[in-house]
Design a protein. Structure first.
Length: 432
């Protein structure tokens, strides 16, 4: 074996490098090793390269994203089946070791959720979500009536789904708060709906995303921090109402259409909602201390569950009309919404008012509810009538005074009901 300036073996090279050396010793050792031990040099280079290069993570990449609170945070992107997924997940830390641990520990769960969400057929789910009130989609929600489900379903199918298709949206994660804002802008500008109506349209969309988030089919709910549109006084739709004096005696004469008569009689003497009039039964009519009430067991709001005073005059006409109806079926029978409009038109005829007039004054069948409230307020029944008898939001104080399970509360309720009957006798009925 040849020597090079006193270097004759691999052991000599190691000994030389371990002791303090002059700078010229390093190139001498390098030349000797390259000439005499090329395989060893190659192996050392491979080891050195492995130790000095940054380690590649298996299955994910970490990306820094700016954060106002922390300066920056790490987001993780996972690979799946040889492809990098487009979605990024927030590790909620700016410490590299913690971010790597989060990424490794959560990869199976997050990737599975992502794959499941892509398996969901977005348009099929949306079209089916409200189609059946008893579906699994709605099992975790507040129970919705068939009418609400039908209205929600029509909106989703006719408005929301076509908008998604027009924007070529193929998955739920592509629906962001900005996207929802664009959708509302479209409703306002192209569909010419009012802000309050647009906000109501968001209700079914919020229910869909709440379900998807609860089931882990989406990583974030775009509706959680999405604010409804501000509603100004000028945006509210004005509703007309008949003059209080004009209706005096109108229910003491025979009408051409008996159903129209009963419908108008009910809303103008009870202030019930249209949907409540359609669904109450004869079994819902109860008597407390000599006063008749209609128990509203189902309503559009929790506060709508209440007892509504039923005047004896109204009760008698109602029983005559529904004499052939079963006690458990709707007292006025199964009717459709258009009949409310017909009843409103017949009332106008009884008052010698033209259809053009009630249209101009924006007087609808529902105006009867406004009439009842105006009449009771005008006759001094008190501000709490909206809460006690109309199903508006109930304050703690009103609930305390009129608790239906409390005997003292029932006495107040009956006393209030008798005041209602007195006002109806004085202002609406004649010769009773």
């Amino acid at each position: 074996m040849s020597s090079l300036h006193g270097v004759s073996s691999l052991l000599d090279v190691i000994t030389t490098l371990k002791t303090p050396q002059q700078p010229e010793s390093v190139p001498i050792s390098r030349t000797f090793l390259a000439a005499e031990y090329p395989t060893v040099v190659k192996a050392i280079r491979l080891i050195d390269n492995f130790n000095t290069q940054p380690k590649r993570r298996k299955g994910f990449n970490l990306i820094k994203r700016e954060s106002k609170k922390y300066g920056y945070l790490y987001y993780v992107r996972y690979s799946h089946n040889g492809k990098m997924l487009p979605t990024k997940w927030n590790t909620r830390t700016n410490v590299l070791e913690e971010a790597e641990r989060f990424a490794a520990e959560n990869k199976p769960r997050l990737v599975e959720q992502y794959v499941r969400s892509r398996d969901v057929k977005i348009y099929d789910l949306l079209n089916d979500f409200f189609a059946d009130p008893s579906s699994a989609y709605l099992s975790g929600n507040v129970k919705l009536s068939e009418k609400v489900c039908r209205d929600y379903n029509l909106f989703i199918r006719n408005q929301f789904v076509p908008f998604l298709k027009g924007k070529r949206i193929k998955d739920f994660d592509s629906i962001t708060p900005h996207f929802l804002s664009d959708f509302l802008d479209t409703l306002l500008t192209r569909k010419k709906v009012k802000p309050q109506t647009a906000n109501n349209y968001l209700k079914p969309i919020r229910r869909v995303f709440a379900y998807l988030f609860r089931k882990g089919l989406i990583k974030t709910d775009p509706c959680l921090n999405f604010r409804s549109l501000p509603v100004h006084e000028s945006d509210l739709k004005a509703r007309g109402c008949h003059d209080l004096e004009r209706l005096e005696g109108v229910f003491n004469v025979k009408w051409q259409n008996e159903l129209s008569y009963i419908l108008c009689l009910l809303i103008y003497t009870t202030g019930m909602r249209n949907c409540e009039i359609k669904t109450f039964t004869k079994d819902d009519i109860i008597k407390i201390d000599g006063c008749n009430f209609i128990q509203i067991k189902k309503s559009k709001t929790v506060n709508g569950i209440r007892r509504v005073p039923l005047h004896n005059f109204v009760l008698q006409h109602l029983l005559d009309f529904s004499v052939k109806k079963q006690a458990t079926e709707p007292a006025i029978g199964h009717i459709y919404d258009a009949l409310f409009g017909e009843a409103n038109g017949e009332l106008a005829e009884q008052l010698n008012l033209s259809l053009d007039y009630i249209k101009k004054e924006k007087i609808s069948f529902y105006s009867g509810r406004h009439y009842w409230k105006t009449l009771m307020s005008n006759e001094g029944l008190g501000d709490d009538i909206e809460e006690v008898f109309m199903g508006h939001k109930v304050s703690k104080e009103v609930a305390k005074r009129y608790n239906h399970k409390d005997k003292h509360g029932n006495k107040r309720l009956v006393k209030k009901a008798k005041q209602v009957f007195k006002i109806l006798d004085m202002c609406l009925f004649k010769e009773l």
